[in-house]
Write a protein that binds this ligand. Sequence first.
Ligand code: M6R
Length: 615
Amino acid sequence: MCGIVAYIGNKQAQPIVIKGLKRLEYRGYDSTGISIYNGSALHTLKTKGKVSDLEALIAQHPEQKATLALGHTRWATHGVPNDTNAHPQTSNSGNLVVVHNGIIENYASLKKELIHRGFTFSSDTDTEVLVNLIEDVQQQQGVKLGQAVQIALSQVIGAYAIVVFDRRKPNELVAARLGSPLAIGIGENEFFVASDATPFIEYTKEAIYLEEEHLAIIRVGKSIKIRKIKDDSLAEPYVEKLQMSLENIQKGGYDHFMLKEIFEQPKAIQDTLRGRLLSDEGVITLSSLREHDNRFLNAKRILIVACGTSWHAGLVAEYLLEDFTRIPVEVEYASEFRYRNPIIYPDDVVIAISQSGETADTIAAINIAKEKGAFIYGICNVVGSTISRITDTGCYTHAGPEIGVASTKAFTTQITVISLIGLYLGKANGTLSRSQYQEYLTELSTLPTKVEQILASQTFIEEVATSFKTAQNCIYLGRGYNFPVALEGALKLKEISYIHAEGYPAAEMKHGPIALIDKEMPVVVIATKKGYYDKVVSNIQEIKSREGRIIAIVSEGDTQVKALADYCLEIPDASEPFIPILSTIPLQLLSYYIAVQRGCNVDQPRNLAKSVTVE
Ligand code: M6R
């Protein structure tokens, strides 16, 4: 949460930083700011609102020619979103500015100490405490900027990614991280520092992903020096070649990133399968599994930890992995798991699922499981992310950048990876027969085309959305594999349209929620042919007799549900374990169009951020 962009080099820094901040707005967008150093003076402008508000503010001030700037887009943790609490935060002397992503947990005691030493504070942020702590170290110990940052950070408890600038050191930026990501782009005599690589992708393909508890001293005209915060020892920088292209992170003619990402799903699933599913040869090549299959095959249990949509993918995994492998699976909210002293055995396999690979609760859950000796497998989308690096092994979804806050292609590609894992293990431990395995393999390769088919009903789904856009509540029902899809459908609707929505296993209706049904209540029922169809039809009848309005997701050619439901959205038939990849697509589109028709900002819904790097 919060996006950081800094530039030091030979180009005009302000436009680079502003453009970069726009790309990082998915990380937080309640307030924003920039500091620009023009060679003699440091100018800071901050405002509540979005980067476009900051641009408007900049336009009211004299133009600044500067080759150094630091910018920030915020998701508030300490202090309400307002101009004062926005970053950069400045030290008492005005010499230092800091942009920060994360939380300084012991900020209150540090602040007390600093007040005692004569420092004053104008904001409610933990970041203002940090910048003054660095200044205090400089004043007390007379050390260089890099060392002052290192000493200050060793007193800090919490998580951070920071960039620090000292106007007395105009050729230098200091960046450091613990628990929040930072990438350093290396250009020709210029450097970029950002929360991810998107702000500098058109300038350089070379980047260093800063390691946990590392600090980088970045000087123009010189190379980068990296030190470990704990003991100040030098670390060797590892320069990576970025695979991402500018096209990946632009809307490409779509009105919103979310719509683009929904429509990218056939390709994203194809990319997930590429080189891994060789259906003609009857082979799945997942080196991360092949190298460690004894850990999986000897596991008495698989534990899955994740949050939000990734947790829903974990629920699908529970059905699928148990079906395909007969290994017991438990799925946990990472946020609960981390605080409840979980029982973990050394022969457990823990699968952590995360699009961003930066979710704080999932990282904490992994660390707990690691301490207890479990083997950790990560399923991430963002290459080089924290989770991909702290797990024992894992598999990327290769869905490409997901920028819309609502997760779409991440979900379907996570389930695609899980299908590959299930098939691989089911074959290896003999749970799946040869013919069953081969049938599933062939079918998996047809999914991208089936998703394309569903996307072609876009216009009809848009029309259906019109009838439901004024709803205040909505219920989603599904059974078996479609139960997690019901949860996911409800999450998608509530997070982008602000309509209250709940997902339930269809059979749970009678245990309470049916009391809510009346003619005002839309009920979305996933009633595909495979998966307790007759039972779901009975549930639909129960809703119908209480005058609920029904939108059903049905299999192609269905007639029975069509006779009962107000609207039916068809999907192609598939084997039950693969249905979630298909049945979720119309629900994504439905939420999208309802939100658009309600005038909501679908890519940046209120109060949310794409990566939840604080707990
Ligand atoms: O990056 P992660 O997959 O770990 O993120 C987990 C959740 O924060 C995320 O899925 C969230 O629920 C989405 N906004 C849902 O669309």
